[in-house]
Ligand binder design. Structure first.
Ligand code: NAP
Length: 263
């Protein structure tokens, strides 16, 4: 049954894994969709299923967000489509090997997608989200705050997503734009095989099903959370982390060195 539209959600990396589940959940919530990824067939199959199930309008945009021309095309869409009220910056790739055995070209490819594409799409989308009081969801990772766990460039790319989101939340505080940054832990998707460590090598106790992950992240959004860490049992731990950051804030830039550095 078609319900009142909440506007259009543009989801990157919507052909598989976490992005495809966001597409499903958001269509059922009443969003029309624009699905972006490289695999035309998978996008078309998902679009057909979701239109059949929900009656929502689902547009497919085949684009490699690591490619400059394709990225500019999606940016132009974000600037021109006045129905877009939600951007889910989800497309990303990972790596699990340490520096000494990693291919630097693959690292550059990862930064192009995880950092540059996310940044450019956000710049393209935010003016419209401000105008329409929309929502921005950035998919980071727990490695944003625990970079020792996987490849350091991947961790650094997700630390960028977290820092950029923190800054945007601050900049847009009086603009009625919701900003959420999601920090998934290990989630059962193709990500792991593509990153170099098939899922079977991970202890099952640390791997969440992708549908549970997306449902938890959307629950965090509904609760008005800014940072959502779906597996973290105690929200007080996250609050304490933020409180420690805020406590340092007034003293991070002073005109004299701390006493311990004075000779
Ligand atoms: P996934 O199943 O591998 O899906 C990745 C999606 O991104 C696919 O739809 C893929 O589609 C798309 N994509 C990849 N390269 C692209 C490109 N150059 N241009 C456009 N689209 C591209 O992985 P996932 O686990 O759902 O990952 C989604 C996000 O969650 C990523 O940002 C990832 O860093 C983050 N995350 C994942 C985990 C985890 O454990 N799975 C944990 C923390 C964070 P095409 O191949 O069709 O382009």
């Amino acid at each position: 049954m078609t319900t009142l539209s909440l506007g259009t959600a543009l989801i990157t990396g919507a052909s598989a894994g976490i992005g495809a589940l966001y597409a499903e959940r958001l269509a059922h919530r009443g969003y029309d969709l624009i699905l972006v990824a490289r695999s035309r067939e998978r996008l078309n199959a998902l679009a057909k299923r979701l239109t059949d199930e929900t009656g929502r309008s689902v547009e497919v945009v085949v684009a490699d967000l690591g490619d400059k021309a394709d990225l500019r095309r999606v940016e132009a869409l974000l600037r021109s489509d006045a129905s877009i009220t939600l951007l889910v910056n989800n497309a990303g790739i990972g790596a699990t090997d340490p520096l000494l055995v990693s291919d630097v070209d693959r690292m550059e490819e990862m930064l192009a997608l995880n950092v540059n594409a996310l940044m450019r799409l956000t710049y393209a989308a935010v003016p419209g989200l401000v105008a329409r009081q929309g929502t921005l969801i950035n998919i980071a990772s727990i490695v944003a705050i625990a970079p020792e766990k996987l490849n350091g460039v991947y961790g650094g790319s997700k630390a960028f997503v977290l820092a950029f989101s923190q800054s945007l939340r601050h900049e847009l505080a009086d603009k009625n734009v919701r900003v959420q940054v999601v920090l998934p832990g290990a989630t059962a998707t193709d990500f792991w095989a593509d990153a170099g460590t098939p899922l079977e090598y991970l202890p099952s106790a640390i791997v969440m099903k992708a549908d549970n992950l997306v449902d938890a992240a959307l629950s965090g959004l509904d609760q008005g959370e800014f940072i959502t860490v779906p597996s973290l049992p105690e929200i007080a731990d996250l609050d304490g982390y933020e409180a420690a950051r805020q406590k340092m804030m007034p003293n991070l830039s002073l005109n004299i060195p701390a006493a311990r550095y004075r000779l």
